[in-house]
Write a protein that binds this ligand. Structure first.
Ligand code: HEM
Length: 414
C-alpha cells in the first residue's frame, strides 16, 4: 500500500496552522474530513495530542496497552459496533489517524477538536460533555473478522479472529451481532461515554455507520468492591489481577496483535421475572456462591479460594456440579470479565424487562472463551434464567506510543 511520506515529528494543531499559513484551515479540515492526518508541504503529518496530566479523573491514552481493558471498570459503558462504508485499507488508516488525536482529547476531558468557534458552521464538538471532567473515560478500539474481508486484507487476519461458533441455546439476533469495528467507551459518567462515541462516529460520517450499540452500567458499593449484577450477585470476583496474570490470560504475545487482545461481547438477556420467583437457595445453587457475601458455597469470604472437587459427607459436590461457577472453573480456561448491566425498556411481545448483562471479556485467544462457554453448554443452571441475544468478536490493537496512531501495527503488517 502507499505509505506516503511521513514527517516523523510531533506536530500540534497550532503548528500545523502555522506551517500551512492558512488561518481558516480548521474549517477546511472539518469540511474535507481529513482531521488528524493532513498534507503539509507534500508530507502526511499526523497531528499529535499529548495526555494532559492536569486533567481531572483522567486515564492516559498512550501506553503499552489500550485503555479500558486493565483499567479498573468504570460505572458506565457505551459500546458501539460499526460497519465501514469503504473498501480499502488506506481509508481505514486515515480513519484511525483522524480518530487518534480526537480520542486523546476526549480522554483529556476536552472537546474533540480545538476549533469550535466559527458560528457559521455546526460546532465541531456536539457539546454535551461541556463542563464535565474526563470521568476516567477510556476508549478501546478493535476490528472484527468481517472488516478483513471487506478491505481484502484477509492475509493479515489472525487465524483465530473468526465469528464465534454457534453455542447450544444461542438465540442471536442480527441486530446485536457482529460488526467491522468496535468502540468501547467506558466512563464514570454516562453522557461522557455517549458523547465520545457520538462524536467519533460523527467525525467519520460517510465512512462508518453504527450497526448496533448498547449502553450499560455498573454500581459500586460504598467504599468500593465488586459490583452486583441484576440477579444481585457480585460479578467479577474471579478475574486476573496481577501483571503476571494479565500476561498469562489477556495480552497477545506475537504479530501485530502483540500487547493487544481479543474482545468478546455477548448481549445476554436476564429473565428477571423468572429469577425473582426463585428461592434464595436455588439462586445460590445456580451460581455456586452466596448472594450476600459473594463467598463460594461452604466458605466465608468472597475471595476465599475453593476446590470444585470438594464433596460433603454425602458425597455431593459442595459447589454444585451444574452451578455456573463449577462449570466455568472446570473448563480450566481463564478470561478477564469486564461486563456491564443493561436495562433497555421492555420486550414488546411479552412486556418483560429487556435487561441483562452486556458481557465483555478479554482474552489472548478466543479459544479461552469458547472453552468456557462450551463447558457451561447445556448444563449451566444459569441457562434457565438467561438468553444470549447478541455476539461479536474484535481484535483490539496494542496501545499507542505518543507520535503513533491506533492500529499502526496492523498497517505495518500489510
Ligand atoms: C448473564 C450471564 C452471566 C452472569 C449473570 C454471570 C454471573 C457470574 C457470577 C455471579 C459469577 C461468580 C462471581 C465471579 O467470580 O465473578 C461468575 C463467574 C464466572 N463466570 Fe459468569 N456470568 C454470566 C455469563 C458468563 C459467560 C458467558 C461466561 C464465559 C463464557 C462466564 C464466565 C465466568 C467465569 C470464567 C467465572 C469465574 C469462575 C471461577 O470462579 O473460576 N460467565 N459469573
Amino acid at each position: 500500500m502507499n505509505e506516503g511520506k511521513w514527517l516523523n515529528k510531533k506536530v500540534s494543531r497550532r503548528e500545523m496552522l502555522k506551517m500551512t499559513g492558512v488561518g481558516v484551515v480548521g474549517v477546511a479540515i472539518g469540511a474535507t474530513g481529513l482531521g488528524g492526518a493532513m498534507k503539509v508541504m507534500g508530507y502526511d503529518v499526523l497531528e499529535v495530542v499529548s495526555d494532559n496530566p492536569l486533567s481531572k479523573n483522567k486515564v492516559n491514552f498512550y501506553g503499552k496497552y489500550q485503555s479500558g481493558i486493565a483499567t479498573p471498570a468504570q460505572k458506565h459503558v457505551y459500546f458501539a459496533s460499526l460497519n465501514v462504508l469503504f473498501d480499502t485499507p488506506e481509508k481505514l488508516k486515515q480513519l484511525f489517524q483522524k480518530w487518534t488525536p480526537m480520542i486523546v482529547r476526549l480522554m483529556n476531558g476536552e472537546q474533540i477538536d480545538e476549533m469550535s468557534s466559527n458560528s457559521y458552521v455546526p460546532p465541531v464538538d456536539t457539546g454535551e460533555a461541556e463542563g464535565l471532567n474526563a470521568n476516567n473515560l477510556t476508549i478501546t478500539v478493535g476490528v472484527g473478522p468481517s472488516l478483513f474481508k471487506k478491505l481484502n486484507i484477509e492475509h493479515i487476519k489472525p487465524k483465530e479472529l473468526e465469528d464465534l461458533p454457534h453455542f447450544p441455546k444461542d438465540q442471536l439476533q442480527e441486530a446485536y451481532t457482529g460488526g467491522d469495528i468496535c468502540i468501547q467507551a467506558c466512563a464514570d459518567d454516562p453522557q461522557v461515554a455517549f458523547h465520545a462515541v457520538r462524536n467519533l462516529v460523527r467525525q467519520a460520517s460517510g465512512q462508518v455507520v453504527i450497526h448496533w450499540a448498547q449502553a450499560g452500567f455498573n454500581s459500586f458499593p460504598e467504599g468500593g468492591g465488586t459490583p452486583r449484577n441484576l440477579f444481585a450477585f457480585k460479578d467479577g470476583t474471579v478475574n486476573p489481577k496481577t501483571d503476571e496474570e494479565f500476561k498469562e490470560v489477556v495480552w497477545c504475545d506475537s504479530g501485530w496483535m502483540k500487547n493487544g487482545t481479543y474482545l468478546i461481547v455477548r448481549k445476554i438477556q436476564m429473565h428477571l421475572e423468572t429469577w425473582d420467583r426463585t428461592s434464595l437457595k436455588d439462586q445460590e445453587t445456580t451460581f455456586g456462591r452466596y448472594r450476600d457475601s459473594g463467598a463460594p458455597i461452604g466458605k466465608m469470604d468472597e475471595f476465599d479460594d475453593f476446590d470444585i472437587e470438594e464433596k460433603d459427607e454425602n458425597g455431593n459436590y459442595i459447589i454444585p456440579e451444574i452451578s455456573h461457577v463449577h462449570l466455568a472453573r472446570k473448563s480450566g480456561a481463564k478470561i478477564l470479565r469486564r461486563s456491564f448491566s443493561y436495562a433497555s425498556g421492555i420486550v414488546d411481545k411479552t412486556g418483560a424487562h429487556d435487561a441483562g448483562l452486556l458481557f465483555i471479556s478479554f482474552q489472548k485467544s478466543p479459544k479461552q472463551f469458547i472453552t468456557i462457554q462450551n463447558s457451561l453448554g447445556r448444563m449451566d443452571k444459569l441457562n434457565e434464567y438467561i438468553t444470549h441475544r447478541g455476539s461479536a468478536i474484535f481484535a483490539c490493537f496494542p496501545g499507542v506510543k505518543e507520535g503513533g496512531y491506533l492500529g499502526e501495527t496492523l498497517f505495518k503488517a500489510l
